[in-house]
Design a binder for this molecule. Structure first.
Ligand code: SAM
Length: 343
């Protein structure tokens, strides 16, 4: 064997699902929520979580080796506790909880990704609509528990990007914002809290309106954020100075992407802007592995939907009439693509 070659990267990626599933099961079981109460021994955790003796200490020490828990001492008296990150992001009672996306990944994406090879061969989705061919959101939202789970997943995956968008983008010149496909109203709430001069509306399918209202109320923002129902393909967009779309464009094929961008353009005043938040792929399609994997995830979820590069966004924006675009890097692989309508 060539001594300069190492199989490490191949094996690590090939077996990465082991570590992934260990973390997803820990979130499903509520390990981090329990540890937020304070340090526990393996036996205390085993009893509280209802696990088989064989699970210990392997499960906890795996989480330790992966960097998701800490351990003081060794043997039966060793006490496990959260790391700073798992305490803030994975305790269900924490305001920073992002585990919704991991709960959804565990319940839905993990089994659906087993169909990736089939999706690559057929171009067909591998999720709930695999056998029925029904529209994905209609099917998912038939079941209130799945609807709530999907909403929690969106909050988890988008919280960091929306917080940074509220910080980085200059909302000063604008008065109104409409978030199209706004789910729980998270983007509208984070932006309104940071920029109290803005009047924000979050719009999503009718099944989602009551969920958004609940979240807005809980954040104490009912005075400046409104939730309204919309079908963004059949209804007109409301007029607003800023139209935002968080992980909306990537859910659709090119024809529908352009339809949504055109509707946004038509609803904006001169000088208004469209902001799309997605995991934009680098123009050379080499580096943003998460963005590329997200695009494969769109194959799994929808079939013909796909993620896109900043250059794609710029081309489509100009095609529907926008004057210019810019990219604002957000958290890790996430970016905001902004398209400005001529003033
Ligand atoms: C991937 S989620 C993104 C949620 C949120 N913007 C975020 O980034 O966290 C897509 C959203 O589009 C909404 N949606 C799908 N089809 C829709 C339609 N025809 N009209 C309005 N909203 C729709 C879904 O209900 C869902 O909340």
């Amino acid at each position: 064997m060539n001594a300069s070659l190492s199989p490490e990267h191949i094996l690590q990626t090939g077996m990465a699902f082991w570590g992934s599933k260990a973390l997803l099961s820990a979130v499903e079981l509520g390990v981090f929520t329990l540890l937020a109460e304070g340090p526990h021994t393996a036996e205390q955790l085993r009893r509280r979580l209802g696990l088989h003796p064989r699970a210990m200490p392997d499960f906890l020490d795996t989480l330790l080796a992966l960097g998701f828990v800490q351990r003081e001492g060794s043997g039966e008296l060793a006490a496990y506790s959260n790391t700073a990150e798992t305490q803030f992001f994975l305790d269900r009672a924490s305001p920073g909880y992002i585990g919704g996306v991991l709960e959804m990944a565990n319940a839905r994406l993990y089994p659906f990704w087993a169909g990736l090879t089939e999706a690559l061969r057929t171009g067909q989705p591998q999720n709930e609509i695999k056998h029925s061919g029904e529209p994905m959101f209609a099917k998912l939202y038939e079941d209130p528990a799945r609807l709530e789970q999907f909403m929690a997943a969106m909050s988890g995956i988008s919280a960091g990007n929306f917080t940074l968008l509220a910080d980085k983008f200059d909302f000063g010149p604008y008065r109104t914002l409409a978030d199209i496909g706004g789910a729980t109203g998270q983007l509208a709430c984070l932006v309104a809290a940071r920029h109290p001069h803005l009047r924000c509306t979050t719009l999503d399918l009718p099944q989602v309106t009551a969920i958004a209202e609940r979240h807005i109320e809980r954040r104490g923002l009912a005075g400046c954020v409104q939730a309204r129902p919309i079908d963004f393909f059949s209804d007109d967009f409301p007029q607003a100075d800023v139209i935002t779309m968080g992980m909306i464009l990537h859910d659709w094929n090119l024809e529908k992407k352009l339809q949504l961008m055109r509707k946004a353009y038509d609803a904006l005043p001169p000088g208004g802007c469209l902001i799309a938040v997605d995991n934009l792929i680098d123009d050379d399609r080499r580096h943003n592995a998460f963005g590329l994997l997200m695009s494969l995830n769109m194959l799994i979820e929808f079939g013909d939907a796909f993620d896109y590069t900043g250059a794609d966004f710029d081309r489509w924006a100009r095609e529907v009439g926008f004057q210019r675009t810019e990219l604002i890097p957000l958290v890790g692989p996430g970016s905001a693509a902004v398209a400005y309508k001529q003033a």
